[in-house]
Design a protein around this ligand. Structure first.
Ligand SMILES: [Mn+2]
Length: 338
């Protein structure tokens, strides 16, 4: 992993940082942001982590998570986006999108057009971009960065980075898990990280209300075995009747992907009457990030998401149309190419 020299120079010279990530942040986004913030503070910098939509409750146990703000309290020299390369998907107030003097991107999503797209729109921000698509998690990049900046590792930083790793690798069982990922995880355990507790908090624990919501999602699931498509919907009514919110649906889509024969799993959630959130998971090399991008979203080939501002019915129709088209053009394993 080669860290761009201008990134290191920038982090050393700037004094005031706001660190943010993408909307609907998960463990890699939040763990990476908190770890980098703690690291930069060690170097004497002024740093705030911003989650404009609020920090998901699941992560409120993380060190320094109580300091996460919805709006920054100062004007930063530098806006640092972690696990996100796109200002439009950043979970920050609009004023910060427009006024940030310089923008740093540290991301592992295979999406390199952030700077170009921004330039096309005539935005004058100064960008420093580091994208490392082979990293299993942005947390891996933060480890390398903190080492390069000679920040001493602490149990608190290691905890946030371990959460980043387990979130994006499904506790080391997704295909992005490499020998390097496991060595890194092992080195974090040396600092006193509790693997059982963190996996439980991040991946396993669920309120009883959320468990009932999960039951609704499972009972409404549809399966199209000829295509390998499994999908479900959660409506405003489902959330209201179980007393839950979209935050409670974390990891739900993996239950759909687990259905034998599924190549693509899709979960639709109605957030507001014309605001539908969509999560995609895939197997066997079907690229769902390409589908998510068609609807203004993003992600990884095997895990992606988007928001569609249409009624639930038309969002389902439009998105599943694109998914079926993609599945038809990518042959089942053992078929097609010789
Ligand atoms: Mn990530």
């Amino acid at each position: 992993m080669r860290i761009p020299t201008n990134l290191l120079l920038h982090l050393k010279s700037a004094e005031k940082f706001v660190i943010a990530s993408h909307v609907s942040p998960e463990g890699d986004a939040i763990g990476s942001a908190l770890a980098l913030a703690m690291g930069l503070k060690e170097l004497g910098k002024r740093v705030e982590v911003v989650c404009h939509d609020g920090l998901p409750k699941r992560y409120a146990f993380l060190p320094e998570s109580d300091k996460v703000r919805r709006e920054p309290s100062f004007e930063p020299d530098s806006l640092v986006l972690v696990d996100c390369a796109d200002l439009e998907r950043a979970d920050i107030p609009d004023s910060l999108k427009q006024n940030a003097k310089s923008i740093v991107v540290i991301d592992h999503h295979p999406y390199k057009n952030a700077k170009r797209r921004s330039a096309q729109k005539g935005e004058a921000n100064d960008w420093v971009v580091w994208v490392e698509p082979r990293a299993a998690a942005t947390g891996e990049m933060i480890v390398a960065l903190l080492n390069a900046l000679k920040v001493p590792m602490t149990k608190e930083i290691a905890t946030c980075l371990y959460v980043a790793l387990i979130s994006d690798t499904g506790v080391f069982h997704f295909s992005n898990t490499t020998p390097k990922t496991l060595r890194l995880a092992a080195s974090l355990l040396e600092y006193g990280v509790d693997p059982q507790e963190l996996a439980y908090r991040v991946m396993e624990v669920r309120s009883f209300a959320a468990t009932q919501l999960l039951g609704r999602m499972l009972s409404k699931a549809k399966f199209e075995p000829a295509l390998g498509l499994c999908w479900s919907v959660l409506t405003l009514k489902d959330f209201a009747q179980t007393g839950t919110t979209d935050e409670d649906t974390e990891n739900f889509v993996n239950f759909l992907r687990a259905v034998d024969g599924t190549r693509v799993a899709v979960l639709f959630r109605e957030i507001e009457p014309k605001h539908i959130k969509v999560s995609f998971r895939s197997r066997e090399g079907v690229d769902v990030s390409a589908i998510a991008r068609q609807f203004g979203g993003g992600g990884h080939p095997a895990a992606a998401g988007c928001r569609v501002h249409q009624s639930l019915r038309s969002a389902v129709e439009a998105v599943l149309g694109a998914v079926r088209k993609s599945l038809l053009s990518s042959p089942m394993e053992g078929e097609g190419s010789p």
